[in-house]
Design a protein around this ligand. Structure first.
Ligand code: ZN
Length: 466
């Protein structure tokens, strides 16, 4: 049986705007006193009218552009009708027919994953379960939410994870949300079904309540296994187009059936009568595009053009502020220098939290120019100290006597003394040249660690061969 998983992901991202989507309430709700950020609009009281948040709409477009989408110049909001205690109005204002952004894509390891749409909507309130009671907190009700829907192009749980990491990275780069899965400002719902033997399809399952990246992967793997087992049991029901909604139980690590056969018709979508169509002119969209920073893929390509490896380029681009530090130090294509700086940034400097303001590019350059006279350990120590004390690295190296003795004459003198003082080691060397380590150690010690080890070895070999 050939099983090809077909996985899509719906990602909800809370935008970090100051106010909510359709009212002026404070949109921050993490750890806020329950029901303190509310008003008649976000509590759904009769007669209250929504006013769309312009910045949220612009950020939704910005996110769409960052995901390579086309932007619909004219859009409108719709009502999605359903009852749930945390949805005070009994409908959610969202977009179905005309999302802000459509037809984008992102690439994971050369594999293209389509972004079908990114639309604007509002978050619901939160049900808090305490003992046998359920309490409602409406601080989150009406917080701007962008839903990003991928095409069913993802092939494995691992790829789903990489896709989510990439989406999160892009969102953080453009600064519209912290996209924190643990805090709930980014939430993911995988949809999974299987193509079997290139001809049969299992019913599509949409999985809810997955609260972590590991949960997403576990839920997908569970569904792949469950659906293939189910297919073997009832494969007379071929080419099913059924859709089910399943919940994720993180404790038991399994999904369970919640609802069957539910389509958009069940939500009786209709245009929101209280909000006129939203129009963005091409000039306005261009102006939003102009605010986009250099995106992760652009950074990675740029670093690779500097001769850096895939691994190094990804490490540098991983976090926007980290890549900005690199960009401040390395301003042009200079492969040797780029590699030198990369090794320091993802090496010793990665162990402390560095701030871009405290970085002096000139210090890196000075150290680079003198690198042949310093051991790699010394370079690491110097750059750390230079960063922490804002001192010239060359001054530090001089003070601490870290420059290696590369003066052959001086080294020959030391080496000769070592040879004269260690006749047994010399005899050992004559029998086994590999035992030079002992003599080399003595030379290094006699020079106070300042000898260039390579040169010291050459000098010793030369003197011993006479
Ligand atoms: Zn409000």
């Amino acid at each position: 049986m050939k099983i090809t998983p077909i996985i899509g992901l719906e990602v909800h991202v809370e935008l970090a705007t100051k106010s909510k989507m359709f009212c002026g309430c404070d949109a921050s709700h993490f750890h806020a006193e329950p029901n303190t950020h509310t008003c008649p609009v976000c509590l759904g009281l009769p007669g209250a009218l929504p006013v769309p948040n312009k910045v949220a709409c612009e950020w939704c477009i910005k996110l769409g552009l960052a995901l390579g989408c086309s932007i619909n110049q004219e859009t409108f909001f719709e009502r999605k009708n359903y009852f749930y205690p945390d949805l005070a109005k009994s409908y959610q204002i969202t977009q179905l027919q005309k999302p802000f952004a459509i037809n984008g894509k992102i690439t994971i390891n050369g594999h293209e994953i389509r972004i079908n749409r990114a639309h604007m909507e509002e978050d619901t309130g939160k049900s808090v379960h305490v003992n046998d009671s359920t309490l409602l907190d409406f601080n989150r009700s009406g917080v701007p939410l962008v839903e990003i829907v991928s095409g069913p192009d993802i092939k494995s749980a691992e790829e789903a994870k990489e896709y989510l990491n990439k989406i999160q990275q892009i969102i953080r780069y453009i600064g519209v949300s912290d996209a924190d899965i643990e805090k709930g400002s980014m939430r993911c719902e995988p949809t999974v079904n299987l193509c079997i033997d290139d001809q049969y399809y299992t019913p599509l399952a949409e999985i809810k309540n997955v609260a972590s990246l590991t949960g997403v992967m576990n839920a997908i793997n569970y569904e792949i296994k469950r659906q293939s087992e189910q297919f073997e049991i009832d494969h007379q029901e071929k080419n099913s187009t059924n859709k089910t909604t399943r919940g994720w139980n993180a404790e038991k690590s399994e999904t369970f059936l919640q609802r069957e056969k539910e389509g958009s018709a069940d939500y009786r979508y209709f245009p929101e009568p209280d909000i006129p169509p939203i129009i963005f002119t091409p000039e306005q969209i261009e102006a939003i595009k102009a605010t986009l920073p250099e995106l992760p893929d652009d950074k990675i390509n740029k670093y690779k053009s500097y001769g850096l490896s895939d691994y190094d380029a990804n490490q540098l681009a991983d976090d926007k502020s980290f890549s900005e530090i690199f960009d401040k130090i390395v301003t042009q294509n200079d492969p040797g220098y780029a590699k030198f700086v990369t090794n320091l940034l993802i090496g010793p400097l990665k162990t402390i939290s560095i701030e871009i303001e405290k970085i002096n590019p000139e210090y890196f350059k000075k150290l680079f120019d003198k690198k042949s006279e310093l051991s790699s350990t010394a370079i690491k120590d110097i750059i750390l100290e230079s960063y922490q004390t804002n001192q010239d690295p060359i001054a530090i190296a001089t003070q601490k006597n870290l420059f290696q003795v590369s003066d052959t004459g001086a080294l020959e003198k030391i080496a000769q003394q070592v040879i004269d003082a260690n006749p047994k080691a010399v005899a050992d060397y004559q029998k086994n040249p590999l035992s030079i380590g002992f003599l080399l150690g003595q030379v290094m010690r006699a020079s106070g660690g300042s000898a260039n080890p390579q040169l010291a070895k050459e000098v010793l070999e030369k003197l011993l061969s006479i």
